[in-house]
Design a protein around this ligand. Sequence first.
Ligand code: C2E
Ligand code: MG
Ligand code: MG
Ligand code: MG
Length: 296
Amino acid sequence: NADMALYAAKAAGRNTYHFFKPIFADQASERLELELALREAMERQELSLYYQPKVAASDHGFLGFEALLRWNRGELGFVPPDRFVPVAEDCGLIGQIGSWVLAEACGQIARWYRAGYGWRKVAINVSARQLVHDDLVGMIGRECERQGISPTLLEVEVTESCVMSNPSQTSPILAALRAMGVSVAIDDFGTGHSSLSYLRRLPVDVIKIDRSFVHEAARDTGAEAIVKTIVNLSKTLGMDVVAEGVETLEQAEMLARMECDVLQGYCFAQPMPVDEIERRWRESDATPSALGLAEI
Ligand code: C2E
Ligand code: MG
Ligand code: MG
Ligand code: MG
């Protein structure tokens, strides 16, 4: 296939783009295939949530989870969310998937409590489409009521580019979420085009530094300066700051020195299915209600 494409490019001459055509065709058909399979994924119960712990930078104590969507296509394996979430957004399935994620996360908070594991705070990721077009505030209110949980146990993560694409539209929605007790986090911060003066006016509780800066900060002084600046800015604005993608103890120590509040990454734990989390809790010595991260 690649050889044929190369041959076509040669035959057509140097200054044409024929070389890329077959690749685009493949991507388009791959997307279509994903879209068709995704439409059935919910009925087949192929979607699930994994949970990744967040810990305090100061003592690595457990603070809560981020719920991350997983699509297990059986023999075809897991499809990474970075590949299927954009497809779901484009083909209009994200609303349905997003409300499933919300219901599942709220249900899990309630199930953990009933099983004696205490109240566990969970953050869910929300797409631009859901934030703007769905009645997210109403949906969260109804779901929390149905499960008998407080909205203060929920956090909503929206990407910087989503919020900043139309701040006058997104800000009131974020404000309404906060008014009902849900905390709001800006995800992948540093990758978008935030106007810093606008950030000051955004109704936001938490800033999550994108993992690309976290990875480079230990080696690259430019990235280190960016991380430091984001931490200081967040503090000044009274926001909590989370570093995502923390993979080494060296990174964790550097972030703690910078007074970053919360850490998340493979250094502490990978995203895990519910049974794995509960197995670790059960195998720990702590009483269920006092379970912390030491056991995870
Ligand atoms: P995100 O919200 O920024 O999530 C963080 C990503 O970093 C996750 O990838 C997580 O597994 C990964 N990660 C965590 N710790 C480390 C680490 O130490 N090193 C590295 N290299 N990676 C780490 P994942 O689970 O593949 O999710 C990718 C993206 O898909 C998420 O980025 C989020 O934007 C989106 N996504 C996931 N679940 C949902 C969902 O339920 N709804 C929506 N709308 N988007 C979702
Ligand atoms: Mg996130
Ligand atoms: Mg992120
Ligand atoms: Mg991301």
